[in-house]
Design a protein around this ligand. Structure first.
Ligand code: HXC
Length: 258
């Protein structure tokens, strides 16, 4: 399958999606978000795919929503086409793990897309920002909410109100990204993480992901109760028996997804 705005390759149980609009620093237009939605639908439907990596170019993960496409939109158009909600949030509904591998600019919608993924690995040249205020608007794909949860109120306010960009070191320090690697190692590191996940029990992975995400939306006692129930439920799968037997027998586990 070929796409106008993406380069997609699947190997070793991992789908690698490269945002590919170099002429616009990977600005996220309607076509790109529709294509990304279709790729995620296909990856979810394909049992052989166990994890997804989304990346951009060395210069930009994505410099935001496409300003040239957005500029003439009327309120009626934005409302009627359900702008953003219709196709931007697909990644948040993905049950399989999605890793963002960010080099260069991740601004506005680009930063928001990265934050919708399960975790972010950053290259040392990454720069994160929510500069929408410069355009007379505000973040519209979760930036005010997710950034605040990641980095706390003070840094989120600083970035959202002044449009200040954060470099990779600061992003790691404040927990926006899980780790920073040299630019040349970015995609290999993200693929290595995805391939490690791909070797594990898919049910355990999906449930673990669901629970970490639930931590943002549930009170602690409810989240812990939910964790306990789902922890118990994993004993219903062959993979729990296999994982623990393999440890005891000092051999690698062979998970089957059953
Ligand atoms: C459309 C964009 C773009 C964008 C860059 N380009 N960002 N086109 N939408 N978001 C285009 C430029 O117009 C230019 O094409 C080409 O990419 C290269 O960009 P330059 O500006 O020439 O590069 P540089 O001088 O290196 O500056 C890089 C930059 C700057 C700092 C990232 O491009 C920039 O500030 N971009 C906008 C960042 C931004 O405001 N993002 C938030 C968008 S609003 P041409 O053909 O013109 O030379 C948003 C709302 C999300 O994301 C809400 C949810 C939908």
């Amino acid at each position: 399958m070929s796409y106008a705005t993406l380069i997609v390759e699947t190997s070793d149980a991992v789908t690698l999606v490269r945002l590919n609009r170099p002429e616009a620093l990977n600005a996220l237009n309607g076509t790109l978000m529709d294509e990304l939605t279709a790729v995620l639908d296909a990856a979810e439907a394909d049992e052989s795919v166990r994890a997804i990596v989304i990346t951009g170019s060395d210069r930009a993960f994505a410099a935001g929503a496409d300003i040239k496409e957005m500029a003439p939109k009327s309120y009626a158009e934005a409302f009627t086409e359900d702008f953003i909600t219709r196709n931007w949030e697909r990644v948040t509904r993905c049950r399989k793990p999605v890793i963002a591998a960010v080099a260069g600019y991740a601004l506005g919608g680009g930063c928001e897309l990265a934050m919708m993924c399960d975790f972010i690995i950053a290259a040392d040249n990454a720069r994160f920002g929510q500069p929408e205020i410069n355009l007379g608007v505000i973040p519209g794909a979760g930036g005010t909410q997710r950034l605040t949860r990641f980095v706390g109120k003070s840094k989120a306010m600083d970035m959202v109100l002044t449009a200040r960009m954060m470099d990779a070191a600061e992003a790691e320090r404040c927990g926006l990204v899980s780790r920073v690697v040299p630019l040349a190692e970015l995609v290999p590191a993200a693929l290595e993480a995805a391939r490690k996940i791909a070797t594990l029990s898919p049910q355990a992975v999906m449930i673990a992901k669901e629970l970490v995400n639930a931590a943002y939306e549930t009170p602690l006692s409810q989240g812990v109760r939910m964790e306990r129930r789902l922890f118990h439920s994993l004993f219903a799968f062959d993979d729990q028996k296999e994982g623990m037997a393999a440890f005891v027998e000092k051999r690698p586990a062979k998970f089957t997804g059953r």
